[in-house]
Write a new protein. Structure first.
Length: 239
């Protein structure tokens, strides 16, 4: 007797529900790790473009251009095989021979971080440009120090203006996470492939994976919209 769709994706004896739930968690974890790392690096890139001078600013711009131009899949492969090669050479110094693989989760998170940083850096730079000069001048006029201006004026305003762009970047990161399956990480897409091959019911599992991605995307969109509304409370302007 052919199992029903709900039997296949459920949590019963024949169900792949636990595996799909675990894979969804891994997808979220690698995407969040990559997004957070990209935010830190993106902030540094934005600072370099704004206040780093000609040389540092030029290097930051070159990084952003290169990372936005290289296919994401190629970056993942470079991190995975390049990292393995570096580890292999270091291990050879201690007499170890053979291939040393880099953990797939770490590789995926780093690859997503360096790519998303290029986009987040542009988002932060644009948000900084949107801050009215009068805000900074008013802070200086009342005697605020540079650290105070940065902490109480500049950073909150930059984050407020950056939230819409960061939301778009998060959606991009979420889709990029599906590429990590090529190096062996069993995230949502890879788990759907495994289940489809095992049961010979590809349509059901790919449809389920698509539905889960859409659910994550919808929840994320609502979350960013909520943060945008909260960031505009008490502010009489529309962003």
């Amino acid at each position: 007797m052919t199992a029903s769709y709900f039997d296949l994706v459920g949590f019963g004896p024949e169900g792949w529900g636990p595996a799909l739930a675990t894979a969804t968690f891994i997808t979220l974890a690698v995407a969040l790790a990559g997004f957070a790392g990209g935010a830190v690096l993106g902030g540094l890139l934005a600072w370099a473009r704004i206040a780093g001078g000609a040389v540092i600013g030029g290097l930051a711009q070159a990084y952003s251009t290169v990372m936005r131009g290289i296919p994401d899949l190629l970056v993942i492969y470079l991190f995975y095989f390049g990292g393995s090669a570096v580890l292999g050479r270091l291990a050879a110094l201690f007499g170890h021979a053979g291939f040393i693989g880099v953990p797939a989760f770490l590789t995926g998170a780093l690859a997503i971080a360096v790519v998303s940083a290029a986009y987040q850096g542009e988002v932060f730079r644009g948000a900084h440009a949107a801050v009215a000069r009068g805000e900074i001048e008013a802070a200086i006029a009342i005697g605020m120090s540079r650290p105070q201006i940065l902490r109480r004026i500049l950073v909150p305003l930059i984050l407020r203006y950056a939230l819409p762009g960061l939301g778009n970047t998060w959606q991009l990161v979420l889709k990029e996470s599906a590429l990590i399956s090529v190096i062996g990480l069993v995230e949502l897409l890879r788990q759907a492939q495994i289940a489809a091959g095992s049961t010979r019911r590809p349509f059901e599992f790919y449809l389920t994976a698509a539905a889960l991605y859409l659910l994550i995307s919808w929840v994320s969109t609502r979350g960013f919209a909520l943060m945008e509304r909260r960031s505009r409370r008490g502010v009489g302007i529309a962003i």
